[in-house]
Ligand binder design. Sequence first.
Ligand code: ADP
Ligand code: MG
Length: 287
Amino acid sequence: SIPLSFFAGLGGSSREGVLIKGSNYMEMLSKVRTVVFDKTGTLTKGVFEVNGIHHSKLQDEELLYFAAHVESASSHPISKSLQKAFGKDIDRKLVSDIKEISGKGVTGIVDGKKVAAGNEKLMKELGIDFIPCHHTGTIVHVAIDDKYAGHILISDVIKSESGDAIRSLKGSGIKKTIMLSGDAKAVATEVAESLKLDEVRSELLPGDKVSEIERIINENGKDGKVAFVGDGINDAPVLSRADIGIAMGALGSDAAIEAADVVLMNDDPRLIAKAIKISRKCMSIVY
Ligand code: ADP
Ligand code: MG
């Protein structure tokens, strides 16, 4: 039977904004020694600003118009940011046949034209002859009617609490912090270095993140359990595969919340160390 103090622990943690889905996860959480993070929306705000628009024949506004419309059905942080940057109402009647290709971007029909918006992987998959962009940043390439139309350079910022969050994890006996990202290498490296993470892997597709978490469990399992923290739809398979999956933020995707073992009620990454502390305290009372 489950000791009563587990329930006390679950109640106490929920008051702190940490939802633990069962007593076995409380125990797992107390044994975590490696914490793996998704980047966008977890360590960074997930709110991208447009820094530049480059194109050949179109006007800036036209490129943004097609990008924002083709992105209008997605709740990906990049999609939301491009809609906001467009700044005008999106006419959903003009948009059809939207396909979201996770880790790559979106395609669809906008105003009778075939539009694709996403990274180099998407352009390669569609056979679009794109012009590589050498700026450091997240790049959304846009193709219209199978022809390269230009790119939008966007950037996100690190959450103000992320530095403290990593420091308190390190200070409470977490041996290794790792970031897995689908974003460009230069962007991911910059975030990881500024937060002093131990390892970083970039340009990963959702499936690559699953194999990475398996590798990390293999390599670090002797030290303790491996937690993964993420919030997006893409993160669900990784959240399930980790020893313990932590979904971050009340605004996390339903798929992520469903797949997770622990749900943090807001998007403050400092809650991760707090959750681990609560679980250790609870386990020390139980045993
Ligand atoms: P992360 O690991 O940062 O959470 P994702 O796996 O969600 O990233 O996406 C990886 C990359 O795929 C993004 O950096 C972007 O280049 C591209 N991408 C994904 N979704 C979209 C989208 N809706 N629009 C444009 N690009 C996208
Ligand atoms: Mg993500």
